[in-house]
Design a protein around this ligand. Structure first.
Ligand SMILES: C[S@@+](CC[C@H](N)C(=O)[O-])C[C@H]1O[C@@H](n2cnc3c(N)ncnc32)[C@H](O)[C@@H]1O
Length: 321
């Protein structure tokens, strides 16, 4: 405890200087948000715009203005909106459906950002651990009490862990007891091939210890966005709108998606298998699922969406027997 009153002027000055120095050091030590983490606001925004209720809850708790994309600052906003709402909702809903359909009690959401999966899982009575970089985790932890009851909050834990860090990832997984469903949407495209391999090795170690499966659409992100574009637009516009959409994320995160993506699904599968993992392509949805973002579609778009649900698939990745 500091007792400034009984100190002389020099001692008082030195004490004050020490306090200011400590405050300044802690401000500097607080990690700045890396550019890639800003994409998490964008993902949440599209989910919110799509009409996913728990995304609205998270967005409002974080601060609507912080999450909202400024329509004036996003080139071609009106064209991009229906595609991005559909893409982000498809991948979010498909993983949630997989967890429920396979009755997983434990979810490890890698690079969770601000996805509201924790809310959905806790309300279904499942245990949830989300991992991401420190600034995102700090922010999400502050809004959780606004969205979940105390009982539900006990089912949710957010851990700081770089997906490339084996020890941090295992520590996060060890908070869960029993087989784990590892989910990931929107990480692999921001990593180099070498980093992708490291993340897969870390996931393999978790699956070997805990059992369960790693489920993602990440290795097909480009195909998902292209398919979403083709639902909304005719062939002649689809390619152009896909490129505009990719550029929006590339600019935010300062990456080149073409380097991160695989040429096709077979190449991606070989890569995953080369890390000693077993790969299965499973239906996007195991039962009929209505998507919020389809509510504004005309009949033709709706029909294209229904056939798309049968064409796209998720990767179910395990360590096998
Ligand atoms: C496009 S956002 C997706 C967030 C969330 N999964 C969603 O669907 O809304 C990408 C997220 O990956 C996180 N991220 C990027 N590299 C990471 C790494 N090496 N380890 C952990 N998280 C990472 C970012 O901080 C960001 O939250």
């Amino acid at each position: 405890m500091f007792r400034l009153k009984k100190q002389g002027p020099i001692a008082r000055f030195l004490t004050l200087a020490a306090i200011l120095c400590a405050v300044w050091t802690s401000v500097c030590a607080a990690e700045a948000m890396p550019p890639v983490s800003y994409t998490a606001y964008t993902s949440l925004y599209w989910l919110w715009e799509a009409g996913v209720p728990e995304a609205a809850e998270f967005s409002e708790a974080i601060g609507g203005e912080k999450v909202s994309l400024s329509k004036d600052s996003v080139p071609h906003y009106e064209e991009l909106a229906p595609v991005n709402k559909l893409y982000i909702e498809m991948r979010y809903a498909a993983l949630n459906e997989y967890i429920a359909g396979n009755r997983y009690q434990n979810v490890l959401d890698v690079a969770c950002g601000f996805a509201p999966r924790s809310i959905a899982m806790a309300r279904q009575g499942r245990m949830f651990v989300g991992t991401d970089f420190a600034p995102s985790i700090a922010e999400i932890r502050t809004v959780l009490p606004d969205c979940l009851s105390r009982k539900q909050q006990k089912r949710v834990h957010y851990a700081i862990a770089d997906a490339k860090d084996r020890v941090g990832m295992m520590r996060a997984a060890d908070r869960l007891e029993g087989p784990v469903c590892i989910t990931m949407d929107g990480l692999m495209m921001y990593l180099t091939r070498e980093e992708q391999a490291t993340v897969l090795k870390n996931i393999k170690a978790i699956l070997e210890k805990h059992g369960g499966a790693y489920v993602t659409s990440d290795f097909l992100a480009r195909e998902f966005v292209k398919a979403a574009t083709a639902v909304v637009y005719d062939d002649k516009d689809a390619q152009r709108v896909y490129r505009q959409s990719a550029e929006m994320y590339e600019k935010t995160a300062n990456v080149d998606f073409d380097k991160a993506f695989f040429a096709d699904a077979d190449e991606a599968q070989k890569f995953i298998e080369s890390q000693g993992l077993k790969v299965k392509r499973i239906p996007l949805f195991q039962r009929p699922v209505a998507l919020q973002s389809a509510k504004d579609f005309n009949f033709g778009q709706y029909q294209k969406l229904e056939s798309l649900k049968n064409e796209l698939f998720l990767w179910e990745i395990t360590v096998g027997n």
